[in-house]
Design a protein around this ligand. Structure first.
Ligand code: SF4
Ligand code: SF4
Length: 301
């Protein structure tokens, strides 16, 4: 069974060409600028609540066996610590739709056998086969390495191009286990020292990238640019050194997501950064581009 919280269809991002992108549940790093905090829990997203869609009808209050919902003074309160994720409130809510995040309440995580998932996305993969393929992202996709391998093998059997995004901070077995069935890698070079894992071992990242390097067509680096965090010279130098040590020649600079706070609000997880002050200026973005290019690393435009 593989657990995922979203499926996307992207063009020219998340790997070359047109790609079906699977966002797998679970992340061990929990970077404070992550815009998908509902992906962090290894098993499933918390209950999401979109306040503007709620008409305060009270059906969820009646339906929930755990007393999670409370409406007082025309305000809806949710105590997620008691939620067992049974979904009864979503079924009862007139403004929620099963398997959709567009309603007032949702539980976006799906747990599904790998073969069943593959047969669902196969028609789209066949359409993208000539110019694109599949990308497994997250969360941290390789936390589900056995299921990821099973899915990648089905893709390779059918001639579908494969791409995996990873922070390259997991134990080496994760990379050994899939290196023979991944065509492209997206190396998400996050400064993990700000996150839950307090992970600062660049040698581990370099070792893991080297494990896969000889087996794939290309590795692209991704560098999240967060104002006053990763815009500093020390960070730029640190990650350029990792790219140089592993032969990575192309980087995508990813500006802090302008909707970073959205899923913190929906999921009730406190956001540790202020969105407005985390978005880099055009000048900071250009400085990062110039820096990488001065180190002969091409910046993907
Ligand atoms: S998912 Fe179940 S336990 Fe959680 S709030 Fe809804 S009804 Fe209550
Ligand atoms: S059932 Fe839906 S619309 Fe009614 S109070 Fe609950 S979340 Fe709001």
């Amino acid at each position: 069974m593989i657990r995922l919280f979203n499926i996307g269809w992207h063009t020219k991002v998340d790997g070359p060409g047109n790609r079906v992108v699977l966002y797998l549940q679970g992340c061990h790093l929990r970077c404070p600028w992550c815009h998908s905090p509902h992906s962090w829990d290894m098993k499933s997203s918390p209950l999401l609540f979109l306040e503007k869609k709620c008409t305060l009808c009270g059906q969820c209050v009646k339906a929930c066996p755990q007393g999670v919902h409370r409406i007082e003074n025309r305000k809806h309160f949710i105590d997620r610590s008691k939620c067992t994720k049974c979904g009864k409130c979503i079924t009862a809510c007139p403004n929620s739709i099963a398997n959709s995040m567009d309603g007032a309440l949702s539980l976006p995580t799906t747990e599904i056998p790998v073969e069943e998932l593959y047969s669902k996305i196969k028609p789209q993969l066949d359409m993208f086969k000539r110019n694109g393929g599949i990308t497994l992202s997250g969360g941290e996709a390789l936390l589900q390495k056995e299921d990821v391998r099973e899915l990648l093998l089905l893709c390779k059997r059918d001639g579908i191009s494969t791409c995996v995004e990873s922070s390259f901070t997991l134990p080496p077995q994760a990379y050994e286990s899939v290196k023979d069935c991944v065509d492209f890698w997206l190396a998400g070079l996050r400064d993990t020292s700000f996150g839950l894992a307090n992970f600062r071992n660049d040698e581990t990242i370099i070792r893991n990238i080297r494990i896969v390097a000889g087996h794939c067509q290309k590795i692209y680096a991704r560098y999240p640019l967060i104002a006053s965090r990763t815009t500093e010279d020390t960070h730029l130098k640190r990650f350029a050194s990792i790219m140089e040590a592993t032969g990575i020649t192309e980087v995508e600079i990813m500006r802090c997501n302008p909707n970073m706070e959205l899923f913190y609000t929906l999921s009730g997880i406190p956001c540790k950064l202020e969105q407005a002050s985390s978005i880099p200026t055009d000048r900071q973005f250009q400085k990062a581009c110039d820096f990488f290019e001065s180190r002969h690393i091409t910046v993907k435009k």
